[in-house]
Write a protein that binds this ligand. Sequence first.
Ligand code: 2IP
Ligand code: CA
Length: 378
Amino acid sequence: MAGLLQALVAVSQKAAEVARLCRAEEPLFRLLVAEKTGPDRNARFLQDFKTLADVLIQELIKHDLGTQFPELRGHIHGEESSEFRDAEGGTVTVRVCATPGDTVALLLAVLGPEQMRAAELLAEAVHREVTLGDTELASINPGVSPEDVGIWIDPIDSTNEFIGGREDVAAVDGVAPGGLRSALVLVGAFDRRTGVPVLGVINEPFFQRDPQTGRWQGRYHWGVAHGSTRLCSLSPPAPRPCPRVVLSRAEGPAVRRALDSLGGGPPLLAAGAGYKLLCVALGLADAFVLSQATTFAWDSCAPHAILRALGGGVVALEGALRARREGGSGETPELRYHRPQPGREGAERWANREGLVAFVHPQHLRAVLAALGDVPGL
Ligand code: 2IP
Ligand code: CA
């Protein structure tokens, strides 16, 4: 039986396939963008279709991993709730059923009986077998036991860019500021006991268009940071002398100004938390700084494992600044993934409340923290 890392990659490939299908197949595409097209809109369900696509991807990942590794059941978490309203106002729990026919029936309950073609296309994709022809990956055995880990899934990070679907967004120094490129599938595994991320897969469903067929081609990246094992499909990028940062468009002016002193040039701006973390892993930026609590465990777990595999990490911004002020020596504690925030409800239980800094080279983390040390409110 293939190992857990190979299974995470395989499910991410299947998820990416469903994401591409939603944009390539007319009946699905129509549903996906229906909110924007107005007159075609069917108030009964259309508003929910983009969420249904997310949930279905999340559920196929849960289903495939739980089938292959029963020890993981009950420990696979995702961003989305799988409860939907059906046509009669009742509740349907979206899941992958035993047969494609049963899955079609369940999807019809959410989509409405007239959406047979869309339901069939989706059900066929979620029941398809995926084979990986990746010989390098096949030879990796990270030694991570499924009974020791939990899983975080972000079925589609940057959902807005996925729906918006812009294809012509020009990259700035290799970084796409937005558009389909920033929509990613993220699947990470963390140690159940310590919360440390140990395996990560980032899948880019919309990496590039095949010049021959015009179809979207994806690619994926994986990393292992378990015990003393560090393995990654990427090589650690060479550090720039002065770190270049990537930021959310929503980042405040005080943080932006403070980071100017790093001397690494104007910050790159990009959509998608996962995409910005990927930019750091790829060396397109040296650090991603976020001062707000707008990312969650499912956004950062998988990329965090990859950054650790490359020798870097992701720390809580406020916690790291506090530790620095208190003059603590030693390593800054990194984000963990096993415990919800006490006293919070819903998604907020899993927010990265203290912001974050992602890096590959520790000297860049130190430079960023030094630059932000005097920003009021941090
Ligand atoms: C979002 C998405 C957003 C990001 C936000 C995430 O996840 O990645 O793009 O904001 O933090 O939670 P920004 O683009 O400003 O970084 P999702 O799309 O899955 O809700
Ligand atoms: Ca997300």
